[in-house]
Each structure stands twice: as structure tokens, then as C-alpha cells.
Design a protein around this ligand. Structure first.
Ligand code: ZN
Length: 71
């Protein structure tokens, strides 16, 4: 995948976590669970052995491109 900022080839890898990963437009202090009604979007669901999602890294631009979870 080409970086949308600098157009160099991005490095393939994964975003990984011991917990569910989600995008939110507000910062959590408690209850780190996505709230779909408030606009949160899941990136990788919880898994017993951790979770992850394929992602592409550009070290030049310090950017990551990641697909959302399609569950
Ligand atoms: Zn770039």
C-alpha cells in the first residue's frame, strides 16, 4: 500500500492489544468498551489471546492506515 501522504510504500504489520481496539471521538476514563450509539467504531474485537488488525505503517509520516472491523 502506498502512503496517502508521501506516496512511499508502507510497511505491512498489525495493531495489537490485549483488549478490544476501537476508535472514539471522546477520551475514556472508565469502561473501555465501544459505544456504537455514541459513534464509536470497532477496529479489532476482544480475543482471549489478544486481538489485532492488519495495518500499514509509514515511518516517514508517522502514520498508520488500518481497516475497520467488519463484524
Ligand atoms: Zn508517508
Amino acid at each position: 500500500m502506498k502512503c496517502p501522504y508521501c506516496e512511499n510504500e508502507m510497511e505491512k504489520g498489525a495493531i495489537q492489544s490485549a483488549r478490544e481496539i476501537f476508535w472514539s471521538n471522546y477520551k475514556r476514563r472508565l469502561f473501555f468498551k465501544p459505544n456504537i450509539d455514541k459513534g464509536d467504531v470497532s477496529i479489532a474485537p476482544f480475543g482471549l489471546n489478544g486481538t489485532g488488525k492488519e495495518a500499514y505503517l509509514c515511518k516517514n509520516c508517522k502514520k498508520v492506515v488500518i481497516d475497520l472491523y467488519e463484524g
